[in-house]
Design a protein around this ligand. Sequence first.
Ligand code: ARG
Length: 605
Amino acid sequence: MTAQKALACFEPRLSKVVDMIFDKIIRQLFGNDIALPGNITQACQNTQHGDFQCNAAMPTFAFLKKQPGSSSSEYQSPQDVAQAIVRAVGTDHPILMDLQVNGPGFVLCRLQPAFLEQHINGWLFTGQLPFPPISQNEICVVDFSSPNIAKEMHVGHLRSTIIGESVCRVLEAAGHYVHRVNHVGDWGTQFGMLIQYLKEEYPQVIAQDGALPNISDLTEFYKNAKARFDADADFKKTSQTNVVELQSGDPQCLKIWKMLCDVSRLEFEKVYQRLDVNVKECGESFYNPKIPAVIEEFEKAGRLSIEEGGAKCVFVEGMKVPLMLQKSDGGYGYDSTDMAALKYRLFELKADRIIAITDLGQNDHFKLVFAGGKEIGWLQNGQRLKHIGFGTVNGEDGKRFKTRSGETVRLVDLLDESVSRMESKLRERIQEGKANITEEEVHEVAEAIGYGAVKYYDLRRNPTSSYKFSYDEMLSTSGDTAVYLLYARVRLESIAAKAKAEFNVDVEDLLRQQHPVKITHPSERNLVLHLQKYADVMEQTLDDLYPYHICDYVYKLANAASEFVTKCRVLGDPEMSNRLLLCHATTLAMHQCFDLLGIRHIKRI
Ligand code: ARG
């Protein structure tokens, strides 16, 4: 059988394999009627005890006890049941070994080395770690990044951008189709004042055709416009007229609005390019013409409440605040746009799964929007809606992350700082003679590590948690950081390079010859056991969409690999070929994890 074929017919999640074995044995012993909980096995927390443990003896015993004549049965405790399971597996099972009963009736076991070896060989020869099988390819919408026009992207948008990009990559790697949507804030009353301010301060731009205003600092522009708006009654009035004109399609207002969007877009694009983010703009303005039909649908369904002043609202169950579909002045707001967006995504894009990623402060907003969609009957086909809310990024003082002068931190400055600190570190390495790169390569490598570090620092935790930002911690070469991981990977690759240069053993040749992996040492076994968790980790990530599972996996993998190369000699050892392949399997897994997290690869440091 070819390796591909072998891969296609095997179950990549070893936890499932073990689960199936125990499930079958229990049914053979105690009958098919037995009701068992979903997952009867789990990986052992403490690998000293075993690889997996089966927890089915307790519920099985509870079931047997309810059967007639149970008092005279040979099973008088969960331990008796556990012993029977151990006996039924026997001592020459092809997959399980070292079975023993522990505590109230847990069955501990280990996997046969030959089985683990076969598993790893499967990946090595295909060059890929397998994802869990998915029952159906889905259409997904991931609404992420989504900054606001004419405002600077801040650290909050950074979180959305980084998490969103990774979520998209995971879904795509599993075979789903993903609409990567940048729901930019490009509509709303603030454009009245921005247009007015531009008309007054940049009159020459309006006269020229196509040229973009040279606004070096959009945040400054926004602030100044707002200051005029607050202080000058005439300015305020004309601004409001601009809003009406813009909404009714006045060509000059539209032209200026478009200019502002274009200038902002250029700034956003720079960040996306630096962070290898791919997202397609479909902002609030896109949904504006679709809002009246949504309001009409709610009205026809008798779900619209007209509030005092004429605002059109929808009350949804369990929520105190209603959805505001139209404000009393006739304008549309954030709720209106998001309801139109939800409908569009469900019915036009035919999304099976919609994910929106914003700060936690918008939890209630998305609860409302999703509940509204459900109540009007838009979710008839089991579509899943999810809001991933994230916490704040704080400074070392525990308060919201600010610059020394108290300004919000600009995203570009944070990225610059990360890269420039990394550059200094790399130059130090060059000076100490430890580096494998030249001065010309410093910037490129510093960018890969610097951006990777920013991303990993964010992705490695549950998004709902807030965290303290520290450059030193983020860029540390030890601990749970991208720097540590990237260095670890380079170290593994350098072993392969040395094997080729000094021992004339080329991993590529070994792979071509399908040289099989053998497990000969406990550290190798530990590494392989950890490696094979990949498919389980991906299954979990595809379920809750939290990339921190991947970070956790890759960090533990790096630790297991580091223990392995410390305890097992690779270069020049009789097991060299075998061990080189284990290093290679590890770099494969790390490579795939970095891809999913959006971290660039580096070959040398
Ligand atoms: N522009 C919003 C903000 O900066 C985020 C938009 C998120 N997406 C959505 N469909 N509401 O907070």
